[in-house]
Design a protein around this ligand. Structure first.
Ligand SMILES: [Zn+2]
Length: 459
C-alpha cells in the first residue's frame, strides 16, 4: 500500500526501497544525501518497553536513526511529513534470538543438500529477505558449518542484500561425536575446546555457542546427558569473556542446564529440563533462582509448530509449567524459533512462536512483545542499537494491522517494515482485519477508526 504523506515539504519525502534492492545498511551509520526526515504513525504506538500502546503518537526518523517519539501534532508542527496507517500499530522490529541461517526447513538438519557457495549464498539471502519482510529486523544465528552466516551478516552490513541485523556464533563447540559435530566444532579436551573458541574468534563471531547436552536431531547423542563439565565450561566462558563474547549453551537435559548456569553462560537454549527417561520440565528450583539472580536468559525455542505439541501432550504440559516457573521467578525469556533446525518451520514464522510462547508461559501480550524486542536487545548487548523506539536507536520499525498489545495475532499482519531507516515491503498483503462483527451480536466490539485499513492523510 502506498502511503499518503502530508503535510510537509515534498523534498523531505522518505525514499522507498523496493524489495530486492541491492542497497541497505542495517549496521553502520552511513549518512546518505537523500536521507529523509519523516514521521510514522498508526492509531497506536508501542515503544518496546511501555506497559501499553499509546494513541496519537508517532516516531520521527532521520536517515537510519530514530530522532524521537512524540505526538503526531508535534511532528505536524515541525512541518514533517507524517505517514499515517489507520487501524495499525507502530512498534519496534522483532528479534529472533535463535536461528540457523545456513539451513533450509525443507530438509532434515543433517541431511541438507551440498550446495555450491553461490547457491548457498543465494538461498541464505532469500531467507534473510523473507525474515525482514515478516518484521524480523535482528536475529542471532547459533551455528552452522562453514561460517556462511558470517558471510551473510557481512553482506547485509555492507548493503549487498536486505536482511535482519545478524549476530553469529560460527561453529558450536561440541564433544567428539556430540550434537552437531558435523559442523566442525568438535573438541576432546579442554585445550581443544579453547582452541575451538579461539578459531571462532578469528573468524569474527559475535557469540560462542556450546552444546552442553546431546541434541534431538543428531543420532547417537543423548539429550539427557551433560556433555561438558562445569569446570571446562567455566574455562570456555572465561576464554569467551577475554574476547568480549558471551556464551549460549544448548541444553535439553536438566543436568546440562545446571552446568550452563553454574559456568556463567549468558543464555540457555531450549532449556527443556529433560531427565528421568525422557521427561521434560524436571526443573531444578535452586538453578532457577540462580538464573534470576545472575540474569541468565532462556531462549526456549518455543516455535510456531509447537502448537501441534510435537513433544507429546504430557511433555508439552510439563514444559508449560517449567516456562511458567521461569517467568514467575523473573528469568528473562526470549522469543526464539530455532528456524533452520526445525523441518517444516520457515524462517519468517517468529510471530506464530511468540503467540505459542505467550500461551505456554502465560505471558501477557505486552510481556511477550517485550520478549521479542527490548528484552532480547538487552540480553544480546544491543540495547543501544535496537529493540525499542527511542532516540538515537536504529530505525527498525514494524507497522502491523491491529493492536498487538491486545492481540498478538496482529504480528502476523505486517503492513510496513523499516530496517535501519529503509522501507521494506511486508511479506504479504495483510489479510482483512478486523473480522467484521455482526451488529446483532451483543458482544460486538466498537472498533471505530480501526476498521479502515489504508493509510490516510492526517487531518
Ligand atoms: Zn538451534
Amino acid at each position: 500500500m502506498a502511503p499518503e504523506v502530508l503535510p510537509g515539504p515534498s523534498t523531505s519525502k522518505p525514499d522507498t526501497d523496493s524489495v530486492g534492492s541491492s542497497s541497505c545498511s542495517l549496521q553502520g551509520h552511513r549518512p546518505r544525501a537523500e536521507e529523509g526526515h519523516w514521521a510514522l504513525a498508526g492509531d497506536f504506538l508501542w515503544d518496546g518497553s511501555s506497559e501499553e500502546a499509546s494513541p496519537r503518537q508517532c516516531v520521527i526518523v532521520r536517515g537510519q536513526r530514530i530522532v524521537r517519539v512524540c505526538s503526531v501534532q508535534e511532528a505536524v508542527d515541525l512541518d514533517l511529513p507524517v505517514e499515517h496507517y489507520p487501524g495499525c500499530t507502530v512498534m519496534p522490529g522483532l528479534i529472533d534470538a535463535h536461528v540457523h541461517m545456513e539451513f533450509s526447513e525443507h530438509f532434515p538438519l543433517h541431511q541438507q543438500p551440498e550446495f555450491t557457495a553461490m547457491q548457498l549464498r543465494e538461498a541464505m539471502a532469500e531467507r534473510a529477505l523473507r525474515m525482514l519482510r515478516s518484521g524480523i529486523t535482528t536475529a542471532r544465528d547459533l551455528g552452522g558449518r562453514n561460517y556462511a552466516a558470517i558471510g551473510l551478516r557481512n553482506a547485509i552490513r555492507r548493503g549487498e542484500c536486505l536482511g535482519p541485523r545478524l549476530l553469529c556464533a560460527g561453529q558450536p563447540l561440541t564433544r567428539p561425536g556430540g550434537h552437531c559435530h558435523q559442523w566442525g566444532g568438535e573438541a576432546g579436551s579442554l585445550d581443544e575446546a579453547l582452541a575451538v573458541v579461539d578459531r571462532q574468534v578469528e573468524n569474527g563471531v559475535d557469540w560462542i555457542k556450546v552444546m552442553a547436552t546431546g541434541g534431538m536431531r543428531t543420532p547417537g547423542t543423548n539429550v539427557e546427558e551433560a556433555t561438558i563439565s562445569v569446570r571446562d565450561l567455566t574455562e570456555v566462558v572465561g576464554r569467551a569473556r577475554e574476547n568480549s563474547l558471551a556464551v549460549a549453551a544448548h541444553a535439553h537435559g536438566a543436568q546440562g542446564v545446571v552446568h550452563a548456569v553454574q559456568a556463567g553462560c549468558r543464555t540457555v537454549e531450549h532449556c527443556s529440563w529433560i531427565a528421568k527417561a525422557g521427561q521434560w520440565g524436571c526443573v531444578d528450583d535452586s538453578t532457577v533462582e540462580a538464573m534470576a539472580r545472575q540474569g541468565t536468559a532462556v531462549a526456549p525455542t518455543a516455535h510456531a509448530n509447537w502448537r501441534y505439541k510435537p513433544m507429546g501432550e504430557r511433555n508439552y504440559t510439563r514444559m508449560c509449567a517449567a516456562l511458567q516457573k521461569l517467568r514467575a521467578a523473573g528469568v528473562l525469556l526470549l522469543a526464539s524459533s530455532d528456524a533452520g533446525a526445525i523441518p517444516g518451520l520457515p524462517h519468517d514464522a517468529l510471530h506464530g512462536g511468540i503467540e505459542v510462547l505467550a500461551e505456554m508461559a502465560r505471558m501477557t501480550p505486552v510481556e511477550a512483545l517485550k520478549a521479542a524486542t527490548s528484552v532480547p536487545a538487552a540480553v544480546l548487548g544491543l540495547e543501544a542499537e535496537c529493540g525499542r523506539l527511542a532516540p538515537d536507536l536504529s530505525a527498525d520499525i514494524l507497522v502491523v494491522a491491529g493492536i498487538p498489545t491486545e492481540d498478538l495475532g496482529a504480528l502476523g499482519r505486517p503492513v510496513l517494515v523499516v530496517a535501519g531507516g529503509r522501507r521494506v515491503q511486508p511479506l504479504a498483503p495483510p489479510p482483512p482485519w478486523p473480522k467484521v462483527a455482526r451488529p446483532s451480536r451483543p458482544r460486538a466490539r466498537q472498533t471505530g477508526a480501526l476498521n479502515a485499513r489504508g493509510p490516510r492523510r492526517m487531518a
